[in-house]
Design a protein around this ligand. Structure first.
Ligand SMILES: NC(=O)c1ccc[n+]([C@@H]2O[C@H](COP(=O)([O-])OP(=O)(O)OC[C@H]3O[C@@H](n4cnc5c(N)ncnc54)[C@H](OP(=O)(O)O)[C@@H]3O)[C@@H](O)[C@H]2O)c1
Length: 151
């Protein structure tokens, strides 16, 4: 487990643009390798909330609790969507709650010990793939899979 093993500044910029001033749910392990994310309402999931140090974020004891917390806060304050920022365990547990998905596909074979859990291939999701123009600083070409759950 460690930091992300590719360099894609344009993807990081898109992630920032999308999530800025919104709620972002992450698992404790992702939180521990995450750089400081300014202007995001971070919700960290841990079964041992007292282990999470820091004052600039919320803590939830389960993924569904994190969704409830983020949705309640965003409604009370009248602002902010709720995004899920990983890692694999949190993505897997929160797929059933997701109504939209943005998945960056990287044109490269990259080894790793944490694998993104693909969504189930069911009729409730409609997908569209958007080619992304490669920035000169990007290490690989990418595309963006945009998913909408038809509920
Ligand atoms: N490429 C990307 O876009 C991306 C995005 C995010 C993360 N990552 C990578 O993913 C890796 C981490 O992913 P991961 O799957 O190992 O861990 P993770 O999902 O980030 O965090 C797992 C932790 O979340 C808490 N948790 C999960 N489910 C829970 C539940 N039902 N109840 C209570 N707590 C729960 C637990 O914390 P406690 O152990 O404290 O209870 C668990 O150990 C890192 O290497 C990171 O760099 C990559």
């Amino acid at each position: 487990m460690g930091p992300i093993s590719w360099r894609l500044p344009s993807d990081l910029k898109r992630f920032k643009r999308l999530t800025l001033n919104h709620y972002l749910i992450v698992g404790r392990k992702t939180y521990e390798v995450l750089p400081t994310l300014r202007d995001r309402h971070l919700v960290v999931v841990s079964s041992v909330p007292s282990n999470i140090l820091g004052l600039r974020h919320w803590i939830a004891k389960s993924p569904p609790d994190a969704v409830a917390l983020a949705m309640t806060e965003s409604q009370v304050h009248g602002c902010g969507d709720v995004y899920v920022g990983g890692g694999a365990q949190i993505y897997r547990e929160l797929w059933p709650y997701a109504t939209r998905a943005l998945i960056t596909r990287i044109d490269a074979d990259i080894e790793g010990d944490i694998i993104f859990p693909e969504p189930e291939n069911d009729d409730s999701w409609s997908w569209h793939t958007l080619p992304i123009a490669k920035n000169k600083d990007d290490e690989h070409t990418t595309s963006l899979d945009i998913g909408v759950r038809i509920v």
